[in-house]
Design a protein around this ligand. Structure first.
Ligand code: COA
Ligand code: MG
Length: 297
């Protein structure tokens, strides 16, 4: 998964457009993009959409962002959407591993109730939306076998901190958000799940988006959330390993398999050792899984 497109569940038009956007996953949103007065209609629309969309041959992965654990709405959300068997539930405002175990238990009950395969529903955590969540990032690892991704977000965190803005005059995130981003990346690695970069809210600025994607990929993020269909191709391209990167990774793997007892080899004047081999193997695995998921001609 490279691109995850948010779609407000109460917009039939956007749900339909999302399906043809090329996004690897749709996040059908019941939380912040849906007004309180529209929650019930959004749940019904989400359930109907999921049931139809999951039958599609070349469909994106279907994720539902439910309302958080402290809202009093999450059980109603899950009751509405779980019968349609979403691929994953996204948990906003996650505060550490206990929240993940709590959600995992709720999901397990519904899987049993609705005849879904045990363990078939993954969990993606948005885990930096408040200060407590940031401090609890280290407890996500090992919380549940369902956890498949850790995403970070800077919008709700700014509200929690009482900040005027999360960006400085230079246009970049300020220190508290850089810290949250870095810790979320480490938490994803510690939990051995995908690190997912936050949304880029200026959806008309595709160059700025491309630049933020490059920074994210450089640092180890494998995917980014989107809020507008125009962002999807930019994200997909940025998070698809380039032909050059794949060729270089192959070269590294081949150099080590030709010299199985070597701890270090030289390739075109550069020292390549075991950590580089691990990076190369990861990149090739990612390229292979994207190729396997791509539509067949
Ligand atoms: N998913 C699917 N389709 C979308 C979309 C989305 N997230 N955002 C926009 N579109 C569609 C619009 O419906 C429009 O289609 P139409 O011309 O056939 O009606 C087309 O793409 C172009 O949209 P545009 O006019 O450029 O934007 P907008 O002003 O209609 O919408 C937003 C702007 C921000 C309101 C909209 O992109 C959106 O709702 N994004 C998701 C917000 C969200 O979920 N936030 C929560 C997570 S942070
Ligand atoms: Mg939010």
């Amino acid at each position: 998964m490279r691109s995850l497109l948010f779609v407000p569940a109460d917009s039939a038009r956007k749900l339909e457009k999302g399906l043809s956007s090329g996004a690897d996953a749709l996040i059908v949103d019941l939380e912040d993009s849906v007004a309180l007065t529209s929650k019930a209609a959004a749940r019904a629309a989400a359930a109907e959409f999921l049931a139809a969309a999951r039958e599609g041959a070349q469909r994106p992965r279907l994720i539902v962002r439910v309302n958080g654990l402290t809202t009093g709405m999450i059980d109603t959300d899950l009751d509405a959407v779980m019968p349609a068997g979403p691929d994953a539930i996204m948990l906003p405002k996650t505060v550490g591993g206990t929240d993940i175990s709590h959600l995992a238990a709720k999901i397990a009950v519904r899987e049993a109730e609705y005849g879904l395969k045990d363990g078939s529903t993954a969990i993606i955590a948005i885990a930096t939306e408040n200060a407590r969540g940031v401090f609890a990032l280290g407890t996500l690892a090992g919380a549940s076998h369902r956890l498949s991704g850790v995403a970070w977000g800077g919008e709700d965190l700014a509200a929690d901190l009482g900040a005027e803005s999360n960006h400085g005059a230079d246009g970049f995130y300020t220190d508290p958000y850089r810290l949250a981003r870095g810790l979320a990346l480490l938490a994803a690695a510690a939990a051995e799940v995908d690190a997912i970069d936050s949304v880029y809210t200026d959806f008309r600025d595709l160059d700025g988006l491309a630049s933020e994607c490059r920074d994210a990929r450089r640092d180890g993020f494998v995917a980014k959330m989107a809020i507008h269909p125009a962002q999807v191709p930019v994200i997909n391209e940025a998070f698809t390993p380039s032909a050059d990167a794949v060729a270089h990774a192959r070269e590294i793997v081949e150099a080590f398999s030709a010299n199985p007892s070597a701890g270090v080899v030289g390739i075109r004047g550069r020292m390549i050792d075991r950590p580089h081999l691990r990076q190369a193997e990861r990149l090739l695995a990612r390229a292979a899984s994207l190729a396997a998921a791509a539509p067949q001609p």
